[in-house]
Design a protein around this ligand. Structure first.
Ligand code: IVH
Length: 704
């Protein structure tokens, strides 16, 4: 909700009695009073545009209402303010932090990948050849994942996945989905987040598009987009009119999890009243898993909904727990993708687009063709070499393919259909947007515009990325306005955004801009002056630094100052320690490191960075709370054979508990965990007086 300026915070309305101390009768009266009061203020704010209290005071009323409802769920009124979406209607969706992050799955593209997945699990768990590992195989529904919190069996909050850490509050819209239970039947944990997928069937999608087209309204590219578009409606009535469905398959935070296997959990979901896909299967072995994949592949076209693969999960939850996570995906699960869908069409033209990093990308204009239910007219040709390698010419008939969300690709030319008029494409040496030279660095595939911040294509793209939802998330500063401000020279780079308020007079000169919209925009900018380091890093738009990499960087360097210092050092010496430390971060390869160092090698980037640092409050990375862990901040070395768990499991577990795991013993070592066969490290530890533990002693210690 936007800040209401001009009136002082009115705390007198916030009751003095703690919610925990309320009795049922008073609570009932207070809920009635709150419903009226909140409705009045909503009306003043949204309908009359004349708020009487500040945002903070309003939020306090809302919070108090929610807290009382949480304590007395039975007392929730039919007209409860928590069921309304007045706030969402005007300012988009509220944010919901996921108590347990919503992660994604690694992909497998071949049978070999799947066998390696199984082998990796066996190695990690140190299982013998005869030991059976069961998996569930669940169709990978192509929809939107959600997390639905149930409090005392009642649906409380539904959120989208968002960036995994924080999603959007879609409660009001999700409530309109008939399959989403309002109340759970039977024995239910007091608090539990149910996770799954919201989707639209293929038939409903076709019917919706037809009726949209008739009305002259927007049509959707595929069922997934249609589901997304329907769910992200600000007016829940529209969502209610769209035929959305759902499947449940996982859980997030839960105060008890009395099921022992994923399969058992799926049965539990059904008992509670959730739809679970009928095609899910319990597989006894990896061969069984692969057979299920082929069977689902054959059924795919006939299923009423789109699936883009099959998800496999280790069935035993005690094993899932031991396997844990790497980066942003679990070790215990994988998504086995189906091959992409293909079609033939004519390539009519090639156009060069300039991306936000300055890369010149050739895009094929195609005669419209239907690929797996989606009309495709554009397709990427990647780069100069690809055009050359595939010998793609204008006028050619080409095979294109798409897989799920991926941009359609040109796979090959159908040479037998090449017309005599087909002509080769000459890749330009200049940027089609700003006319600067386009150069190709050694070892790079892309030609890049050297116009940097001068090139409109790049500057506005860079600003758009910077202000986008996953980055600074500045409301009211979309592409159109950024282009306007850029053209008017008010915002040339990201740091200019935060001094925009000094150009108020210029803003007032824009036609059709009232005081209120200027106030709103400036307030939206003010709200984003505080930002977590990982989002800040992502916002910079450094090539190859997406959200996951940005998070890894934040985690490793912790503060902007430390990161900046190390990166400047890395940019000066690619053989130095700073650069090698950067590449030693899991999943940051030399090419990504090169792009990061390249960014820090440009003085104009450093200038902008410093100006931003002055304007912003960039928060250091916050580590998970391991303060209760008995080995937090301890340095541990493992040696010899560990019998209860594998070396990598022991290492991952110790790190998760806040310990550092070192490879060699030194004075700084706190514990040496020595199994049978320990040699020189044990001797060194004894000589240095480092505490030595057996595996059992160590397990006892971390259990304490
Ligand atoms: S489990 C920790 N099970 O696929 C991972 N995901 O590629 C939890 N999806 O984000 C996800 N069907 O949106 C899981 N049966 C299923 C699924 C499924 C579809 C989606 C989901 C997830 C993505 C991961």
């Amino acid at each position: 909700m936007t800040k209401r300026t001009g009136s002082r915070i009115d705390f007198s309305r916030i009751r003095d009695v703690k919610v925990a101390d309320l009795d049922e009768e008073t609570a009932k009266l207070e809920l009635a009073a709150l419903a009226m009061e909140i409705a009045t203020h909503r009306d003043l704010y949204y309908q009359k545009d004349a708020p009487a209290i500040t945002d903070a005071a309003f939020d306090a009323l809302d919070k108090r209402n929610a807290a009382i409802e949480k304590r007395f769920p039975k007392l929730m009124r039919k007209d409860s303010p928590s069921k309304k979406v007045g706030a969402a209607a005007a300012t988009g969706f509220g944010k919901v932090k996921h108590a347990v992050p919503m992660l994604s799955l690694d992909n497998a593209f071949s049978e070999e990948d799947v066998r390696e997945f199984d082998a990796g699990i066996r190695r990690f768990l140190r299982l013998g050849e005869d030991e059976k590992v069961e998996y569930t195989a669940e169709p990978k529904i192509d929809g939107l994942s959600f997390s639905a919190r149930y409090e005392h069996g009642r649906l409380a909050v539904v959120a989208t996945r968002g960036d995994g850490a924080e999603g959007e509050d879609i409660t009001a819209n999700a409530r309109t989905i008939k399959e989403m239970p309002d109340m759970l039947m039977g024995d239910v944990p007091k608090h539990i987040e149910i996770r799954g997928e919201i989707y639209m069937t293929k038939a409903d999608f076709a019917a919706l598009n037809e009726s949209q087209a008739e009305k002259g309204a927007k049509t959707f590219a595929n069922p997934r987009n249609a589901a997304g578009g329907s769910l992200r409606q600000l007016d829940p009535k529209i969502t209610a009119s769209r035929p959305l469905k759902m499947f449940a398959y996982a859980w997030g935070a839960a105060d008890t999890t009395p099921w022992e296997t994923q399969w058992e959990y799926l049965q539990q979901l059904k008992h509670w009243g959730f739809p679970v896909s009928k095609e899910s299967k319990l597989c006894k072995s990896i061969d069984d898993v692969i057979a299920t994949y082929h069977k689902l592949g054959e059924m795919r076209a006939k299923l009423p909904f789109d699936i883009d693969g099959v998800v496999y999960k280790v069935n035993r939850l005690d094993w899932q727990k031991r396997l844990g996570f790497v980066s942003r995906a679990p070790r215990w699960g994988i998504a086995h993708k189906f091959p992409a869908e293909r079609a033939e069409t004519v390539l009519e033209n090639i156009e060069i687009q300039v991306g936000r990093t300055g890369a010149l990308t050739p895009v094929a204009h195609l005669q419209a063709v239907n690929v797996g239910g989606v009309s495709v007219t554009r397709s990427t040709l990647h780069n100069e070499d690809e055009i050359e390698r595939k010998d793609v010419r204008i006028g050619d008939t080409v095979v294109i393919q798409r897989a799920g969300d991926v941009i359609p690709q040109v796979v090959e030319v159908v040479l037998s259909k090449r017309p005599t008029t087909a002509r080769k494409f000459k890749f330009p040496d200049t940027c089609p947007v700003c006319g600067s030279h386009a150069v190709r660095e050694e070892g790079e595939v892309a030609k890049r515009c050297t116009g940097g911040l001068f090139c409109k294509a790049q500057a506005v793209e860079r600003l758009r990325h910077f202000t986008a939802r996953d980055a600074f998330d500045i409301e009211g500063l979309g592409e159109e306005r950024l282009q306007l401000f850029f053209d008017e020279k008010l915002i040339k780079d990201p740091a200019d955004i935060f001094v925009l308020k000094t150009h108020r007079a210029a803003l007032e000169n824009f036609e059709g801009w009232g005081q209120k919209s200027i106030d709103n925009l400036l307030a939206a900018i003010e709200r984003r002056r505080t930002i977590p380091l990982e989002k800040f890093i992502y916002a910079l738009g450094i090539p190859q630094v997406g959200q996951a990499t940005a998070r890894l960087l934040a985690k490793n360097y912790e503060s902007l100052a430390a990161w900046r210092k190390a990166m400047v050092a890395a940019s000066k010496d690619r053989d130095g320690e700073a650069f090698s430390q950067l590449t030693s971060i899991e999943s940051i390869g030399p090419s990504t490191a090169d792009d990061i160092a390249g960014f820090f090698g440009e003085t104009h980037n450093l200038e902008i960075l410093d100006r931003l640092d002055k304007e912003l409050d960039i928060q250091d990375f916050v580590r998970a709370d391991t303060s209760n862990s008995p080995i937090a901040d301890k340095t541990i070395v493992f040696t010899g054979t560990l019998e209860k768990m594998g070396r990598s499991e022991a290492k991952a577990q110790a790190q998760a508990l806040g310990a550092k795991v070192a490879g060699s013993v030194s004075k700084k070592t706190d514990y040496l965990v020595a199994g049978p066969g320990a040699g020189s490290k044990l001797k060194e530890a004894e000589a240095l007086g480092v505490k030595v533990l057996t595996e059992d002693e160590y397990l006892k210690l971390i259990d304490s």
